[in-house]
Each structure stands twice: as structure tokens, then as C-alpha cells.
Design a protein around this ligand. Structure first.
Ligand code: F6P
Length: 319
């Protein structure tokens, strides 16, 4: 193996830059040439590929977003498009590819290996924490800290005005961000796709709490369960006090990565290069019980990551 390439793909997540830096620096130190592919699979198809140097990744670890930029590339679901991408990689002499991204991006990598025999290693990069077989993905911790900070601020104003706030967070079809942020901010309720909601019961509980003297009410809703507007429509008339809605949106994807994400991304970046160097491919780096390991891409992608129901239980009993 002489030349590898790295790309970030799909929704960006904080820590992607630290992963790029690790792949580039460790790759070069291991005697490889390392190329950066811009804008994920879309940039690959446009041959937006450039050599990376030790210096080109200087000062990026603390930056949010991704210096390689990212995109969603719906046409990559087509086999012919992936064949085209493989041709481009071969033309540029790239004999190993590191893909940092979420489920869709990892599927793209898996098919590149299966159909085109391109050696690939994936790194789980998504705020949603919905990738199976890894305890955490790159960006989850920073996202949680951003969400917690926002909820704390909303709690201040909720208390001053004795209002209820319905706060919608991201997560696609996973309730992880909502559950953990709700748990650690002491939210009165968390609404997630994994657990059906009974608005009547919830309304009664919130009403009782108000009657007992609680001056604020925070309900965190995962985007995959319902929109904040729907929740407000169901609850406002039941609880009878002023309700405000906040949709946190893409603020959850930005910001300087936490120490945890920088460390996770750095460890995974090095592990990805090591995997390629020892001839391992068709794998994703994963965090399992504190250790970085590699797991087969097909096994990761056939599984849906299950939300730890103990977290849901804790969020319920401690609110
Ligand atoms: O997968 C990350 C994520 O931020 C999801 O939580 C969200 O549903 C989606 O991406 C938003 O995607 P986009 O940035 O394309 O609107």
C-alpha cells in the first residue's frame, strides 16, 4: 500500500477534523502518501482530490465542521456510479480509502469494497449515535454538550416566566440525544421514537408537578418521534400554562469538539491507517468498552443500534 485517501461524507460532526488530522499525519509517518477527497462521494465523482501534507492539517483539531467539506450524494446508491468512483480512485493510484461518516456513507464504503474491491475502512462520524457495534460515534459528545448548554439556558428563562418549553433535538430515528440530554438536565419529560407517548398521561403528570410548585417544565422531543409543534398542540391545552417551542436544529452539528471527541477521532484515525497497513479492509473502527477495535462493515450495517433502555428508565425516574 502506497497511497491512501480520506474523505468526510454525509452530515458533518464535530471531531471530523481531528480524525482527518490523525489519518494524514499517521499515514505520512507510516510512509504513505495521503490524499484528501473534498465533499465526500460527490467530490470523488468530480475528481476533487488533492495531496495532504503534515502542515495542511495543522491547527484543525479544535475546529468544528470538516476542512474536507461534506455532502450527501444520493446518486451513490447506483452501482454504476460506484463503478465510476472506483475508476477514479484507481486512476489516482489510491489503494486504500478512509471514509468518515454516518450510516449512508458507510454503506457507500461497504459497496465500494464488495463490488469494486477497493480497500476501505470506515470511521463512525455522526451526532446521532445510531451506528451499531460502537459505544460512541465521533461528534456525539460535543453535540450533547451543545444541547445541554442550550437546555440550561432555556430552563433559566422558563423559570423566570413559569413557562413550559418543548425543545426539539436531532437524532434521525434515534432517541439517544433526547434521552441523554433530558436525563442530564433533569427534563420533566423526554419523547423518543423508541417509546410510544401517551399525551393524556403526560399532561396529567406535568399538571400535578406544576400544582406541587415546579416553576418550569422542560420537554425534550427527538425529531424522529414528533415535531415540537405537534407536542405543544397535544400538551398546551392539557397543562394550561404558557408554552414555547425551540427547535435546536443545526447548531447541534457545529462547534469546537470536546476533548472526548478529539481523542476518539484521533484514536480511530490512527486505527484506520493501521488496519489498512496490515491489509485489513471492509471494517469500521469502533469503541467497545474503552478499546478501539475493528468490526466488519456488513455486520455493523445489518444491525440497528438499540437505545440503552436503562438510560430511558433513569431519565424517567430522576425527573
Ligand atoms: O445525521 C445527522 C443529522 O444531523 C440528523 O440528526 C438530522 O436528521 C439530519 O442529519 C439533518 O440532515 P441535513 O443536514 O441534511 O438537513
Amino acid at each position: 500500500m502506497k497511497r491512501i485517501a480520506v474523505m468526510t461524507s454525509g452530515g458533518d460532526s464535530p471531531g471530523m477534523n481531528a480524525a482527518i488530522r490523525a489519518v494524514v499525519r499517521y499515514g505520512i509517518k507510516s510512509g504513505l502518501e495521503v490524499y484528501g477527497i473534498k465533499r465526500g462521494y460527490a467530490g470523488l465523482l468530480d475528481e476533487d482530490i488533492e495531496p495532504m501534507t503534515f502542515a495542511s492539517v495543522g491547527g484543525i483539531m479544535e475546529r468544528g465542521g470538516t476542512i474536507l467539506r461534506s455532502s450527501r450524494c444520493p446518486e451513490f446508491v447506483r452501482k454504476e456510479t460506484r463503478a465510476e468512483a472506483a475508476k477514479i480512485l484507481k486512476k489516482h493510484g489510491i489503494d486504500g480509502l478512509v471514509v468518515i461518516g454516518g450510516e449512508g456513507s458507510l454503506h457507500g464504503a461497504m459497496f465500494l469494497e464488495e463490488e469494486q474491491k477497493i480497500p476501505v475502512v470506515g470511521l463512525p462520524g455522526t451526532i446521532d449515535n445510531d451506528i451499531a457495534m460502537t459505544d460512541m460515534s465521533i461528534g456525539v459528545d460535543t453535540c450533547l454538550n451543545t444541547v445541554v448548554d442550550a437546555i440550561q439556558k432555556l430552563k433559566d428563562t422558563a423559570s423566570s416566566h413559569e413557562r413550559a418549553f418543548i425543545i426539539e433535538v436531532m437524532g434521525r430515528s434515534s432517541g439517544y440525544i433526547a434521552t441523554v440530554s433530558g436525563l442530564v438536565t433533569g427534563a420533566e419529560a423526554v419523547i423518543i421514537p423508541e417509546v410510544p407517548v401517551n399525551y393524556e398521561e403526560l399532561g396529567n403528570k406535568l399538571l400535578e408537578e406544576r400544582e406541587r410548585g415546579k416553576i418550569n417544565c422542560i420537554v425534550v422531543v427527538a425529531e424522529g418521534a414528533a415535531s415540537a409543534y405537534t407536542v405543544a398542540r397535544h400538551l398546551e391545552h392539557r397543562i394550561g400554562y404558557e408554552t414555547r417551542i425551540t427547535i435546536l436544529g443545526h447548531i447541534q452539528r457545529g462547534g469546537s469538539p470536546t476533548a472526548f471527541d478529539r481523542l476518539l477521532a484521533s484514536r480511530m484515525g490512527v486505527a484506520a491507517v493501521d488496519a489498512l497497513l496490515r491489509g485489513e479492509s471492509y471494517v469500521m473502527t469502533a469503541l467497545q468498552g474503552g478499546k478501539i477495535v475493528t468490526v466488519r462493515l456488513d455486520e455493523v450495517l445489518k444491525e440497528k443500534k438499540r437505545l440503552d433502555m436503562e438510560l430511558v428508565r433513569l431519565a424517567g425516574i430522576l425527573s
